[in-house]
Design a protein around this ligand. Structure first.
Ligand code: DMJ
Length: 808
């Protein structure tokens, strides 16, 4: 399955050959022994034997990977290795495994002074974005800047003035929708489903109709809350004055870069999901509810951009969650007064038979809707106490509840609001999607006091906890599972795309619940122990790169050419980079010291992935050479005329890659966790270098462009939408990396997979309306006087254009 954000990442390369032999480590023998013991009859035992053998093969591959590290990493030759065609030649190695140097740029007055583009003076100048009072340590008294301070906290423009749909045209459109739904009603509706007769909107499935699980399922009772160990290295801000100045200067550039894109979004794409920065246009990949505004809400609050937040909340108040806009807005571009679509009086066609460019998507992407839309509103509520956010989060949460009204409790991946699965089977689903909506629903229960959301996700988590698989990598899940087919779990086991946040949420649920449910820490610890054995291995194919590990993908029992194949595909996937942050958080919360060592080693690899390219940006995926592949070596002639052997690849050690960048957050996310957990400023400098390289390569007049060919001197800028997570995650993590340690301390807040921060009850108050750490009170945040959910301008126009097309 390919997700809209290009999430799906199945290894494109053939599975690495499984060769070599090594003793199975005792821990694995024990695991496999227990595994076999639990198998009852002969058939099961046979299946178990096959599973054990495949796991044994995996372990052998893994051991071979580990043993080869000693020879390459240190540049020694290995005379006996069958995988080295030039055993007698010395190894050629770059320092830190990279031929490129990306020095730490200055923080002030111009980080891009050495580049040709006048970024600091032009796009990010103080004239466009006046700095905050006291926001920067130097130039704070500059007379020019003082004059500009009247604009503190504001962007520079109003959102695009959009032509409102005249009321009578809108009403006619609603009538068409109502008539068309009447057609649908003649088809069979399920229990609890229905439509509003006047406007055709779906009705919410009543709570008492929801399928809450088979009678044997009982909600586990929660235990006592436990005192969580301290996560952050420093309790107080112990930075020197010089460090504070430098941090504030860096923060200031990040704020201006954010505003550069945000302003452009306001002018060219307001209300749409994403801005396309080359054509200054928009797209609607996530239902057309304005994903960028939602995802940006808490970043606006954290950056102190309160006026921008007020604009955003006006939009949130109007979004109609029951309506999904067609994905390409150019097909229903906002008409003008003299060009109104005519809604005829002829026969009403079925809306679902609409020509495809005008058709609404069949449903919402449930997981994305939870992490981008629901999570952002809960976070905005926790940060500001804004009652509107709570109200709309509850509304959306209620719409989403029936998506888990399935036999297993796992969510329906593409869900039509108002539909009631009523205990139906869900089929094949992605583990990251079904396993990582728990934080959002749990926090919703905490802030409302209504247990239904937590109960609903608990049933899904119990299904995952109780999986009865005979053939499986213990405690891990492949990226695709079918809860109705639990016995065999072949497929790709990964910390990357489609696997990632399932593991992340086990740990963070433990934190959010103050350890009240043992299930989450137990599942997390078991999963990480297993992943350490089967997915984690040292990077040995990059001479000069010291102390670096990666989490590769394990392809387990996949059928290829009629044979079952198991093997590790050595790689470094940008999406896996979050794991360094997760492991460092877990090392503190669950007292797992070795996980912090691994986190640092994995961080080294992720930093190398940026350092080793020409742009200093990280690729989507790097497929690494297998340390057992003799083809990886080539002979090179040194300057002094002697011969040496070098590992192929650019970057060295990379066999092939996807050299695209959609400005993902995972690497800076982990830098931030490691900085907060260790207090080591080296992670800040790495982040600063990455940030300046990012802006240098991507900045264009209307935003920051996604790139192709990032490992070339001239990367190709793409006119694809800027993902909303750039506003919600990438910018926020960069900003926090240079913020005082008590700004969203990891001891007080837990971050969702979309970087939305939820208040921890042990430290903060349960009811956020009483405490609003990120709202100054200049404006009182009250419920709007107009009705909520009436539709944004974008939605209303799309509806009118659809209605006009539906009446023949
Ligand atoms: C985000 O939408 C979330 O972090 C998700 O869990 C996976 N990746 C993207 C950002 O890369």
């Amino acid at each position: 399955m390919m997700r809209p954000d290009g999430y799906s990442r199945l290894g494109a390369d053939p599975i690495s050959p499984v060769r070599g032999a090594a003793a199975v480590p005792p821990s694995w023998q024990t695991t496999l022994h227990h595994y076999a013991k639990s198998l009852g009859n002969f058939r099961i035992a046979l299946a178990g034997l096959i599973a054990c053998m495949t796991l044994w093969i995996v372990v052998m591959f893994h051991s071979a990977t580990s043993s080869s590290s000693a020879s390459h990493g240190k540049g020694r030759t290995n005379h006996s290795s069958p995988f080295d065609p030039y055993p007698d030649l010395p190894v050629f190695a770059w320092r830190n495994g990279t031929q490129f140097r990306h020095p730490v740029p200055p923080s002030w007055p111009d980080p891009w002074a050495s580049s040709n583009t006048k970024i600091a003076q032009h796009w990010l100048s103080a004239t466009r974005f006046p700095p905050f009072e006291d926001a920067i340590g130097v130039d704070a008294d500059d007379a020019e800047l003082q004059k500009l301070r009247s604009k503190v906290g504001i962007g520079t423009t109003r959102p695009r003035q959009q032509f409102q749909v005249p009321e009578d045209t809108l009403q006619r459109a609603y009538k068409v929708f109502a008539l068309s739904r009447g057609d649908w009603r003649r088809q069979r509706l399920h229990r609890g489903e229905g439509f509003n007769d006047t406007n055709g909107r779906p009705l919410q499935v009543p709570r008492d109709q929801l399928f809450r699980g088979p009678t044997w399922w009982k909600m586990r009772s929660l235990g006592e809350a436990i005192a969580m160990p301290q996560v952050q290295a420093l309790e107080r801000d112990e930075r020197t004055e010089t460090q504070k100045v430098q941090d504030s200067q860096r923060r200031e550039w990040i704020r201006r870069a954010f505003l550069h894109v945000w302003e452009s979004y306001k002018v060219h794409a307001w209300g749409h999901d994403e801005l396309r920065p080359l054509s200054a246009s928009a797209d609607d990949k996530f239902s057309g509810w304005g994903a960028t505004i939602f995802d940006a809400l808490d970043t606006l609050l954290v950056m102190g951009l309160e006026d921008e937040y007020l604009l955003g909340r006006e939009h949130i108040a109007r979004v109609d969650f029951t309506y999904l806009a067609p994905p390409d807005p150019t097909r229903y571009a906002t008409p003008s007064e003299d060009n109104l679509p005519v809604i005829g009086t002829g026969r009403t066609g079925m809306l679902n038979a609409m020509p495809s460019p005008l058709a609404s998507p069949p449903g919402i992407p449930t997981f994305e809707t939870v992490i981008r839309y629901l999570g952002s509103m809960i976070s905005a509520y926790d940060l500001s106490g804004d009652p509107l956010m709570l109200k709309r989060a509850v509304e959306l949460g209620d719409w989403l509840l029936p998506s888990m009204s399935t036999r297993s409790g796992l969510l329906v991946p593409t869900y039509r609001l108002g539909l009631h699965p009523d205990g139906a089977v869900v089929g094949q689903v992605c583990i990251a999607e079904v396993g990582s909506v728990s934080l959002e629903f749990t926090r919703l229960s905490q802030i409302t006091g209504d247990p239904i959301y937590f109960q609903t996700i608990s049933r899904a988590m119990d299904t995952l906890d109780n999986f009865k698989a005979q053939e499986r990598v213990p405690h891990l899940f492949p990226t695709q599972i079918n809860p109705e087919e639990q016995r065999f779990l072949p497929g790709v086991y990964s910390f990357g795309g489609q696997g990632d946040s399932y593991y992340e949420y086990l740990l963070k649920m433990h934190q959010l619940l103050d350890g009240q449910a043992e299930q989450y820490s137990r599942m997390y610890k078991a999963a990480i122990d297993s992943a350490r054995q089967v997915l984690l291995h040292p990077i040995t194919v990059v001479p000069g790169l010291e102390d670096a590990v990666t989490f590769s993908d394990l392809h387990f029992n996949e059928v290829r050419d009629g044979k079952m194949v198991t093997g590790l595909v050595p790689k470094l996937d940008h999406l896996t980079a979050f794991a360094a942050g997760m492991l460092s958080l877990g090392s503190r919360l669950l007292d797992r010291a070795q996980d912090l060592v691994t986190a640092k080693q994995f961080m080294n690899a992720c930093i190398w992935a940026y350092d080793s390219t020409r742009t200093g940006l990280g690729a989507e995926i790097l497929h690494l050479w297998s340390p057992q592949d003799p083809e990886r070596w080539t002979k090179v002639r040194m300057q002094d005329g002697s011969e040496a052997k070098a590992i192929k690849g650019d970057p060295t050690g990379v066999r092939s890659g996807e050299f695209r960048s959609i400005q993902r957050p995972e690497t800076v996310e982990s830098l931030w966790y490691l900085y907060r957990v260790t207090g080591d400023r080296v992670y800040q400098d790495k982040g600063w270098t990455m940030f300046t390289n990012w802006i240098k390569s991507t900045i264009v007049e209307h935003g920051l462009a996604n790139l192709d060919q990032i490992n070339s001197a001239e990367p190709v800028k793409e006119d694809t939408g800027i993902e909303s997570f750039v506003f919600g995650e990438t910018f926020k993590y960069y900003y926090l990396l240079f913020s005082p340690p008590d700004l969203l301390s990891l001891d007080d807040w837990v971050f969702t997979t979309e970087a939305h921060s939820f208040k921890l009850r042990s430290r903060g108050r349960q009811d956020s309306s009483a405490s609003a750490p990120f709202w100054s009170g200049r404006t009182r945040l009250e419920m709007p006087s107009y009705p909520l959910g009436e539709g944004t301008v974008v939605q209303n126009w799309a509806r009118v254009v659809q209605a006009a097309a539906a009446v023949r």
